[in-house]
Design a binder for this molecule. Structure first.
Ligand SMILES: [Fe+2]
Ligand SMILES: [Fe+2]
Length: 270
């Protein structure tokens, strides 16, 4: 590892499933240790959010000999066992972030699942029926959790991990009818408010690879199905490299430099 350059491998939507052949995800992640210093997982870690799937995933992740940080996705909530899934992953050495932040090798990570609601002027507003207000409140609360996690970091680089997209740009290749269910602009505000180096998300399996927030923060959609489709001959993760200044006063963060992007074989995804 270059002591000043930290390589972050990111992928979402592994969808570890009961029927998945053992070793499938290990094959996707086999080159993580060579190509990255940290692995970031952007939700939908399991397919239906069961304890067995989480245990299988821990076994599959053993191939990646680097620190692993993750957020959960909507699929991880499907069986009403999200807390158990989180505990199993945590016991397996994965830092699962839910409004939390962690510093790994000098880089700060802040993570939330996020939520839906749409983007820009078309975003769903809190008005009308109570259940609709509840829907909007979920997105607002996730955005507040993200803001709190970013605020607690004191690192030169802040990396945001999400499952849902914070910007419209990385879901543009999805059917327009479902765009509002793929993310929320409310998640973008904290990314603009803090000096965030880059944000990663998943969930939009047919989305677009890259976008930016209105203040210019790079946003990467690292959903595995998207990476596999766009880079069929590459490993199933995206790598972004950041410069960690090791000066006594911290130093200014540099722009992230994508050094590798690709997709590999792997997960069975609905
Ligand atoms: Fe997914
Ligand atoms: Fe999802």
């Amino acid at each position: 590892m270059n002591s000043d350059r930290i390589r972050i491998a990111a992928v979402g939507d592994l969808h570890c499933a009961k029927a998945m052949t053992p070793g499938t995800l290990s094959a996707v992640l086999a080159q993580v240790s060579e190509r990255a210093d940290v692995l970031a997982l952007c939700g939908d870690l399991t397919d239906t959010g069961t304890a067995d799937e989480a245990k299988s995933l821990v076994r599959e992740l053993a191939v990646a000999k680097v620190p692993i940080v993750a957020v959960l996705g909507n699929h991880d909530y499907e069986s009403d066992k999200a807390d158990e899934v989180k505990r199993i992953l945590s016991d397996g050495g994965v830092s699962v972030l839910d409004g939390d932040s962690v510093e790994i090798r000098g880089v700060g990570f802040a993570g939330v699942k996020g939520f839906a609601g749409g983007f820009g002027e078309r975003a769903l507003q809190s008005w009308g029926e109570p259940i609709l207000k509840q829907f909007v409140r979920e997105a607002v609360e996730e955005a507040l959790k993200l803001e709190g996690a970013l605020a607690r970091l004191r690192t030169a680089h802040r990396i945001a991990l999400l499952h849902y997209s914070p910007v419209r740009a990385t879901v543009t290749d999805e059917p327009s009818e479902i765009a509002a269910f793929l993310g929320s602009s409310r998640l973008e505000d904290p990314l603009n408010r803090y000096p965030v180096t880059a944000a990663f998300h998943g969930h939009a399996h047919r989305g677009s690879l890259e976008g930016r927030t209105s203040s210019g923060v790079p946003v990467y959609n690292v959903a595995l199905p998207l990476l596999r489709r766009r880079f069929p001959n590459e490993p199933g993760f995206r790598v972004v490299e950041v410069q960690v200044e090791r000066t006594t006063n911290g130093g200014a963060p540099s722009a992230p430099v994508p050094v590798h992007a690709g997709a590999g074989i792997g997960a069975t995804i609905p």
